[in-house]
Design a protein around this ligand. Structure first.
Ligand SMILES: Cc1ncc(COP(=O)(O)O)c(C=O)c1O
Length: 431
C-alpha cells in the first residue's frame, strides 16, 4: 500500500522559499517504547486514550511549523500562488489511503462534526422525511440530527444496537428498521448516519453493508469515519456512499483540526460549505468554496503531507495497522486472563485498534458503582497521569483503551492494575 503521488515542494512553486529550512525526517527506534521518542509525550504520561484526540509526531508538528513559516515569508505569494497546488497535491496523496481515485471529491475540514453539520444544515427536509441514526452514534453527531429534527419537518429513527451483537444482526436490525418505516407510505427514507468505527463502544461496524441497505432505498448515506483513517483500511469508491468524513488527527498523526471530507461527484454542486465565502455560486464550486471558508492557517491541513511521510518512514500504513491490531488483540487476552475483564465482542471483524472490556468490579445501575464509574477517568488523569475511557453500555461498565505504535502490552497491564486499584479504593471510600 505504498504511495505513488510525490509530495509537492513549496520551493518548486516559489523558489524564494528555499531560504526557509525544512525539518529532516529521522525516525528514532522501532515500534514500542522507543517510538515514543518521535512524539512529544511526557514520559510520565500513560496514554491509552489515543482515540479521543490523537497523537502528533514531532516531525509533523515541525513540518506544519515549516509551512506556517513559508506563509509568513511572503503571505500574498503564499495565499495567491503557492497554497492551492500544495493543497490539491496533498489531497491527491491522501486519496491513496482512502481508496478514492478522483481526489477532486475530497477537501479538508477541521473535524468530523463540521462535516455532518455541513451536510445536514445544507439539505432541505420535508414532512415525512426520515433520518436514520444508531443508538451508538456519537453524541455530538446525534445532537446535529436532533437539531435538524427540531428545526425542520424531518424526524429521526434510532436503530438500537446493544453489544455483544454480530454484524449480521446489525444488518438485520437495520433492515427491520427500514422495513418498519416503509410500512407508512407518507414517510421517505432520506438520510442515514453510519459509523465506520463507533466511539463507545470502540467497535468497527459493517458500514459498507449498511450503506448498501440504505442506498437500496435511495437514501443519502453519510459515513462518520472519525476513527477510520489510520485505524482500518478504507475504500470509499467501493463503498459507494454519498458523504464520508474522517479525522486525520486521531489515528493518522496529523495536527489536531485536520479532517478529510469526501463528497461524491454527483453531490458536489449541491453541497455548500458551512461558511459561505468569495466563490459562492448557486451550483457550488466544490473545491474552491470548501478550500476558502474565510482566512485560516492552512498549515494544519498541509500537515497530512508530513503525516504521510512519517507513516511511510515507519513501514507504511499496513505495518501500523498490523502492530496496533495485534497489540489490541493481545491486550484483550491479557486483561481477560490476568484481571478477569470480559471482552465486549469476540467478532474479529469488529475489533481494530480499540480494546473494549467489561469491568467486573462495577455493577451498572448501582448508584455507588455508577458514581465511581463516572469519576475514574478524571481520577486517573488528575492523580496518575493516565488516560483511558470508561463508559456504560447495555447494562454494564466497560473500558475502552487505544493501541498505538508507541505502546506495548506492559502499558495495558499497568493501566489495568491501576484501574482495579483505584476502583477498589473508591468503592471502599463510599462503602
Ligand atoms: C465516532 C465519532 N464521530 C465523530 C466524532 C467527532 O469528531 P470531532 O471532534 O473531530 O468532530 C468523534 C470524536 O471522537 C467520534 O468518535
Amino acid at each position: 500500500m505504498s504511495i505513488a503521488v510525490k509530495k509537492l515542494d513549496p520551493c518548486s512553486i516559489d523558489s524564494e522559499l528555499a531560504d526557509i529550512k525544512k525539518p529532516e525526517l529521522e525516525i528514532v527506534g522501532s515500534y514500542g517504547p522507543a517510538m515514543r521518542k518521535n512524539f512529544l509525550l511526557n514520559d510520565r504520561y500513560l496514554i491509552l486514550n489515543n482515540g479521543s484526540f490523537g497523537t502528533c509526531p514531532k516531525y509533523v508538528i515541525d513540518y506544519a511549523e515549516y509551512y506556517a513559516r513559508c506563509s509568513e515569508y511572503n503571505v500574498d505569494r503564499w495565499m495567491e500562488l503557492t497554497l492551492r497546488p500544495l493543497i490539491y497535491n496533498s489531497l491527491e496523496r491522501i486519496a491513496h489511503y482512502l481508496g478514492v481515485k478522483d481526489s477532486l471529491q475530497l477537501t479538508y475540514l477541521f473535524n468530523t462534526t463540521s462535516g455532518l453539520n455541513t451536510v445536514l444544515r445544507g439539505l432541505t427536509f420535508e414532512e415525512g422525511d426520515i433520518i436514520f441514526k444508531y443508538s451508538t452514534s456519537y453524541n455530538a453527531c446525534s445532537n446535529v440530527i436532533k437539531y435538524i429534527c427540531e428545526t425542520t419537518k424531518a424526524e429521526f429513527v434510532d436503530i438500537q444496537i446493544n453489544f455483544p451483537i454480530t454484524d449480521e444482526e446489525i444488518v438485520k436490525a437495520t433492515r427491520d428498521a427500514i422495513d418498519k418505516v416503509k410500512q407508512d407510505s407518507s414517510k421517505r427514507i432520506r438520510f442515514a448516519l453510519i459509523d465506520a468505527v463507533i466511539s463507545v463502544p470502540g467497535i468497527v461496524l459493517p458500514y459498507a453493508q449498511l450503506t448498501a441497505e440504505f442506498k437500496k432505498e435511495g437514501a443519502l448515506t453519510f459515513i462518520d469515519a472519525a476513527h477510520a483513517l489510520g485505524m482500518i483500511e478504507i475504500n470509499i469508491d467501493q463503498t459507494g456512499c454519498d458523504y464520508f468524513v474522517t479525522n486525520a488527527y486521531k489515528w493518522f498523526y496529523t495536527k489536531r483540526g485536520c479532517a478529510v471530507f469526501y463528497v461524491a461527484n454527483h453531490l458536489k454542486t449541491s453541497t455548500q460549505p458551512l461558511v459561505i465565502s468569495h466563490s459562492y455560486k448557486k451550483d457550488c464550486d466544490f473545491n474552491e468554496s470548501f478550500l476558502w471558508q474565510g482566512t485560516v492557517d492552512f498549515s494544519t491541513f498541509l500537515s497530512t503531507n508530513a503525516a504521510i511521510d512519517f507513516v511511510e518512514a515507519i513501514g507504511g500504513l499496513n505495518a501500523v495497522l498490523s502492530y496496533c491490531h495485534s497489540l489490541a488483540e493481545q491486550a484483550t487476552d491479557l486483561l481477560a486472563s490476568k484481571y478477569n475483564f470480559v471482552p465486549l465482542t469476540n467478532e474479529k471483524s469488529q475489533i481494530a485498534s480499540f480494546v473494549n472490556m467489561k469491568i467486573p468490579q462495577l455493577e451498572f445501575g448501582n448508584p455507588k458503582h455508577d458514581k465511581v464509574g463516572y469519576a475514574v477517568d478524571r481520577i486517573l488523569l488528575a492523580q496518575h497521569n493516565t488516560s483511558g475511557k470508561l463508559y456504560p453500555h447495555n447494562g454494564h461498565w466497560y473500558v475502552r483503551l487505544s493501541a498505538q505504535i508507541f505502546l506495548t502490552l506492559d502499558d495495558f497491564d499497568k493501566y489495568a492494575k491501576l484501574l482495579v486499584k483505584i476502583i477498589n479504593q473508591e468503592l471502599e471510600k463510599s462503602a
